[in-house]
Design a binder for this molecule. Structure first.
Ligand SMILES: [Zn+2]
Length: 100
């Protein structure tokens, strides 16, 4: 890891506070937010309400982080990828685009 890539990363605490502000907006309470290296996924959500994000997300642009955060948080409400889930994801992300 060189200095340049470090500069591009956002701090873990900044990421976690992004997750918490989305959680508040969506009306869910994640039990725990963790970051770790993941090979094939950007995030996962356990049935006990624990969210895990791929630590590479700290290098991704804000709009992409929002997509992954909203996706995982909404799994605390809707555990599948059905029609309801998709329309909620769309609605929340459209809201955030408006407010920026
Ligand atoms: Zn999912």
């Amino acid at each position: 890891m060189d200095a340049r890539t470090l500069e591009e990363m956002i701090p873990v605490q900044v990421f976690k506070s992004e997750v918490m502000s989305w959680a508040e907006r969506i009306g869910v309470e994640p039990k725990e937010i963790r970051l770790r290296a993941m090979k094939k996924k950007w995030g996962s959500c356990s049935t006990s309400g624990r969210l895990t994000f791929n630590s590479e997300i700290l290098r991704q642009p804000a709009s992409f982080r929002a997509e992954v955060i909203v996706h995982e948080l909404l799994h605390l409400k809707v555990p599948n990828h059905g029609r309801v889930f998709k329309s909620l994801v769309k609605a929340y992300l459209a809201q955030s685009a408006d407010s920026q």
